[in-house]
Design a protein around this ligand. Structure first.
Ligand SMILES: Nc1ncnc2c1ncn2[C@@H]1O[C@H](COP(=O)(O)OP(=O)(O)O)[C@@H](O)[C@H]1O
Ligand SMILES: [Mg+2]
Length: 379
């Protein structure tokens, strides 16, 4: 799967852009503020419906305009026909999506052209609370099994209803018996979510360890572990019966839940523990090691997708090269050179493999992206 063309109209600093990347590796270089991240952001936006910077459409609208459009043309295999998808936004009208030129709902585009985006800020995967790690699992499982999104939505609805009943019980307006119907739904959908998350963490761990061992210099070991959002004394195992565990945890926690007006157990409390050399990565690993661990998890996400669906998602690596020392950088470049389409941004114009014909270099400057031809230097 690879993007053949990116077209932007009024997206951030770009008024009109037509960019044809390499089917393999595109190195986009330019000074700070040149528009490198903006280009990657447009790709993430058009494929996921969201900005990786977590901002609204108004922030992406080129200053002084009231309409933007991002169009991607891509192929899934060399013999197949090209597909296109586009997302546009107009002030006071909102968003519109198109697939092969026809209007569709925006959510219908999500997952058609899978991408994996990584930037050095991605350390939040290790540094922040569990929400980011749950989001990673959910994104991965949803791409692999579209029905999972339905279980998640139903679980969230039941959780809101149960919490409303808990409030009612506390204020005396509802009876505890009113919980039963929501408990049954929480257990049903919650157990399904936990089962799938546990399975995907197992597979992600194997893939991430493999990538980490290839990039990381030295004897460091990366470990990921699914931590179910149950009470601390609830023991879980590989073949855990999540329905029974969750049912028990809800029953045992009822007094606390009523007092707090919130449900204390369930997949909304799940986490993934990330360890380096058997210690918590968040407190033990250096900044550089954390970055490599996060990168390995992102690359593993891509591998897992390929195992399941048969092709690699497009990889977008923003400012990653400049954050790595030469040795790690070379190792990463070796992995990237193997397969798949990759967009790399950097403030410098070189990779160590510039002579590789699959690497196209582009200079990003002043609303433009220009291909630079590599001229071998005379020996
Ligand atoms: N909505 C916008 N309209 C016009 N220009 C914008 C908008 N948002 C950001 N920019 C410009 O984009 C530039 C930042 O681009 P970015 O892609 O983050 O740079 P970099 O190449 O360093 O990754 C800044 O110069 C900023 O002024
Ligand atoms: Mg940038």
């Amino acid at each position: 799967m690879w993007i053949e063309e990116v077209r932007l109209v009024n997206f951030r600093n770009y008024s009109q852009l037509i960019f044809s990347p390499s089917p393999r590796i595109s190195l986009l270089y330019g000074h700070n503020g040149a528009g490198k991240t903006n280009l990657l952001e447009s790709i993430v936006y058009c494929t996921t419906g969201r900005s990786p910077r977590g901002v609204s459409e108004d922030a992406m609208l080129r200053k002084g305009t009231d309409f933007f459009k991002v169009t991607l043309r891509y192929r899934t295999d060399p013999g197949g026909s090209a597909r296109s998808q586009a997302v546009s936004y107009m002030v006071q009208v909102g968003r519109r999506a198109q697939y092969n030129g026809k209007s569709v709902a925006l959510h219908a585009l999500v997952g058609q052209l899978p991408v994996v985006y990584f930037c050095p800020d991605d350390l939040w995967l290790i540094k922040t609370g569990p929400g980011a790690r749950r989001a990673l699992l959910d994104r991965l499982i949803t791409q692999l099994e579209p029905l999972y999104a339905d279980a998640l939505a139903r679980y969230r609805r039941a959780l809101l209803q149960r919490n409303a009943v808990l409030h009612g019980i506390r204020s005396g307006s509802r009876q505890p018996a009113a919980l039963a119907i929501w408990d049954a739904q929480l257990v049903h959908y919650g157990a399904e979510i936990m089962r799938r998350r546990q399975a995907v963490v197992g597979r992600l761990t194997v893939a991430a360890q493999e990538v980490f061992a290839r990039i990381s210099v030295g004897e460091n070991q990366l470990g990921l572990q699914y931590q179910a959002g149950l009470r601390e004394n609830t023991s879980t195992s590989e073949d855990c019966n999540w329905s029974a565990c969750l049912e028990r945890a809800l029953a045992e926690g009822i007094t606390t839940d009523v007092r707090q007006g919130a449900t204390g157990a369930g997949p909304h409390r799940d986490d993934v523990v990330i360890r380096m050399n058997h210690q918590l990565a968040k407190t033990y690993a250096s900044q550089g090691q954390q970055r490599i661990a996060c990168l390995a998890i992102r690359l593993a996400e891509r591998d897992l997708f390929r195992q399941e669906v048969g092709y690699l998602p497009v990889l977008l690596l923003d400012d990653v090269l400049s954050e790595l020392d030469l040795m790690h950088r070379r190792r990463l470049e070796t992995i990237l050179a193997e397969e798949g389409q990759v967009f790399l941004t950097s403030t410098e114009s070189s990779m160590s493999r510039t002579e590789d014909p699959s690497i196209h270099q582009f200079e990003v400057a002043a609303d433009r992206i220009d291909r630079q031809t590599y001229v071998p230097s005379p020996m």
